[in-house]
Write a protein that binds this ligand. Structure first.
Ligand code: ADP
Length: 617
């Protein structure tokens, strides 16, 4: 059986100076801990790492943090030590959490070893141990060694069966067995109950079992009695209190601006909504009302604001009240969320995987899905989840800049954006792992379904894209290459925006300059073509062209003209004609997106307001 990888990452290793006179140095190494050994390799960006050494786990006698006041001569300032075969290996982590992860993982893997009873908590320097002044390097340690880890010391928790559903703790049931694949995971068994401690990450939830052991499990492996995983909705703000909600909604000051947030009452949620309609107390200011979402026990449809209208999930409740105020002061019209830059990271605190550098061994590549600007796109699985993997061919992308940006892109999360789950930058070719979209690119979908698409479906596609773009706009993020070829369709015919921001990392000259053949001239606003001036309003122009592609079922915009002719005719003020399938009002909206001056074009928020009222029959 192959060893299972537990942890990997870049750390700094101090030379062991096993030979007399060999130099003291500190080198960055890519460490991999698996169930058999700890290996370290030289990192060579874009290339395969070269193995430099390894330690068999069964030889390890202790692993512990180093407590020292000595100045640390490398960039990573958090040392830990591994003692094996009478050698000390000193390793430096970039922060305390990372160090703790490694020490805990190593201790867990070696706890059945024949470990020492005492160890040295400080360093060996200039012929003596700094902690106890002993002058023999292999002298018995001076501090009791504890081989157990914090995780195994937690007190047991109460039986989930005893917990009432309206308390702070939520109980979930495993719908299938899960065997840990990572440090920090928890083994769960089908049909057993667990306490849900944190569901703020979309994919990995923190749960606790009957014995009090806590750990992460894939969110798809457990089901709550009630739907709780709605953090992907734009209107959901997990950690906003009523004062901040009032402030944000008042700033928005739009009739029906709303959000759902966790209530100050444990385990409950509140809808906060802005309205200018005077309430019972007309003096009340600002005009934000907070409605507690109440829950009926033992009901199939437990959630309600107005008692006569109850729903089995909160998203259903919100959806209903988006169309009908039913007891609220106004309909829920405009979702509001905290600006992205102010949001706390949504993943479990101290989660070592937060930056989503993925372990290549967890990624299984299967079928070819297509070929794009950056290279092959493969279907595959990551932790039992179907994913799409973009393999970035060498020389196609400015990788260093991209790696930084990927962290921002991964935090963008919306049900109408194709989610970037993570990246594998340690392997070559580098790859990006995305949410899998069963029906492929929107452009192909339109062409395949030509003749079969109803007005409702066509408008629905534009609305989906507009929702995703509205989220990007409100996050101050530019797409820069919005077009039907860069949107994808899910198995339920939901259209999602993909490839946002990626145009900046293309290295192909044919693509990057407006003078060149692959530049998306037909989708670009005049100011982009003339001066490369990108903005949300330039994205709005492209959105107008995308609407045109939708209503013409995948035709090429300005199909009879070459790029030069397109530029000239747009400069003369000519615009795309109304597609046969487009109602007049839809064409009016397209033309609004194609106003010469960016400031005359609508925002996505305005478009989102207009689109649902357009004819769809
Ligand atoms: P690139 O960004 O390298 O230009 P594309 O995004 O154009 O690549 O992808 C090429 C093709 O791969 C698409 O046309 C589509 O068929 C397929 N594809 C890309 N991403 C996904 C995905 N997330 N799910 C399913 N298929 C995908």
């Amino acid at each position: 059986m192959f060893p299972r990888v537990i942890l990997n990452g870049i750390l700094i290793k101090k030379s062991q100076q096993k030979k007399i006179g060999s130099p003291e140095n500190y080198k960055e190494r890519f460490f991999v801990l698996d169930t058999k050994e700890l290996k370290y390799s030289e990192c060579r960006p874009g290339k395969k790492p070269v193995l430099k050494g390894s330690v068999e786990l069964n030889k390890i006698k202790f692993v512990e943090v180093v407590n020292t006041e000595l100045p640390i001569p490398c960039n990573f300032k958090f040392p830990f030590q591994i003692f094996y075969d009478n050698y000390y290996l000193y390793i430096f982590a970039p922060d305390n959490n990372c160090r703790q992860q490694w020490v805990t993982a190593l201790k867990e893997e070696t706890q059945c070893n024949d470990t020492v009873t005492k160890y040295h908590p400080d360093m060996w320097m200039e012929g003596k141990w700094r902690c106890c002044q002993q002058t023999e390097k292999l002298a018995l340690g001076c501090t009791e060694y504890d081989h157990t880890t914090l995780a195994s010391k937690k007190p047991p928790m109460p039986n989930p069966e005893m917990i009432q559903p309206h308390t702070d703790m939520r109980v979930v049931t495993a719908i299938q067995d899960f065997t840990p694949t990572e440090i920090g995971d928890l083994q769960i068994k089908k049909d057993q109950k667990y306490i849900l401690l944190d569901d703020s990450d979309l994919d990995r939830w923190l749960v606790q079992d009957l014995e009090g052991k806590t750990g992460l499990v894939p969110s798809t492996y457990v089901a709550g009695k009630f739907e709780t995983n709605f953090s992907r909705f734009e209107w959901f703000n997990n950690d906003i209190k009523s004062d901040e909600a009032t402030q944000l909604l008042s700033k928005e000051a739009k009739e029906g601006a709303f959000m759902v947030r966790r209530s100050s009452r444990p385990g409950q949620y509140t809808v906060s909504v802005f309205s200018n309609v005077p309430g019972a107390n007309a003096e009340r200011k600002p005009n934000v009302r907070h409605y507690l979402i109440r829950q009926k026990l033992n009901s199939e449809a437990p959630f309600y604001v107005a008692e006569k209208k109850s729903f089995s999930t909160i998203p259903e409740l919100v959806h209903y009240h988006q169309h009908d105020c039913a007891g609220m002061v106004t309909r829920l019209r405009h979702p509001v969320s905290r600006p992205l830059s102010d949001r706390r990271p949504s993943i479990v605190p101290d989660d070592p995987f937060e930056d989503r550098e993925m372990n290549p061994l967890e990624l299984k590549l299967e079928e070819k899905l297509g070929c794009g600007q950056f290279g092959l796109v493969m279907g595959g699985t990551w932790r039992d989840k179907k994913v799409a993997v973009k393999m970035i061919k060498e020389g196609a992308m400015s990788e260093e800049e991209f790696k930084e940006e990927a962290k921002v892109m991964m935090k963008l999360s919306h049900c109408k954006l194709v989610q970037l789950y993570g990246v594998c930058t340690q392997r070559s070719p580098m790859c990006m792992v995305f949410e899998f979209m069963e029906q492929g690119a929107l452009l192909d979908y339109l062409r395949v379904k030509k003749g079969d698409l109803s007005q409702e479906a066509l408008l629905g596609m534009c609305l989906d894209v507009c929702e995703g773009m509205n989220y990007l706009e409100s996050s101050n993020y530019l797409h820069r290459d919005l077009a039907a070829r860069n949107c994808l369709v899910s198995k339920d015919n939901v259209v999602k925006v993909a490839d946002f921001g990626m145009a900046r990392f293309v290295l192909d000259n044919d693509y990057t300059s407006s003078q060149n053949s692959k530049f998306p001239i037909r989708w670009s606003a005049p100011e982009v073509i003339r001066y490369g001036k990108y903005s949300s309003k330039a994205d709005v122009w492209s959105f107008g062209v995308l609407m045109w592609e939708v209503y013409s079922e995948g035709r090429l915009p300005y199909e009879k003209q070459n790029n030069m002719e397109v530029v000239n005719s747009v400069n003369r003020g000519q615009r795309l004609p109304k597609p046969d399938l487009a109602p007049e009002d839809v064409h009016v909206l397209m033309k609004w997106c194609w106003k010469e001056k960016p400031e005359d074009r609508p925002t996505f928020a305005q478009l989102l307001h207009q689109l649902p009222s357009l004819p769809n029959e």
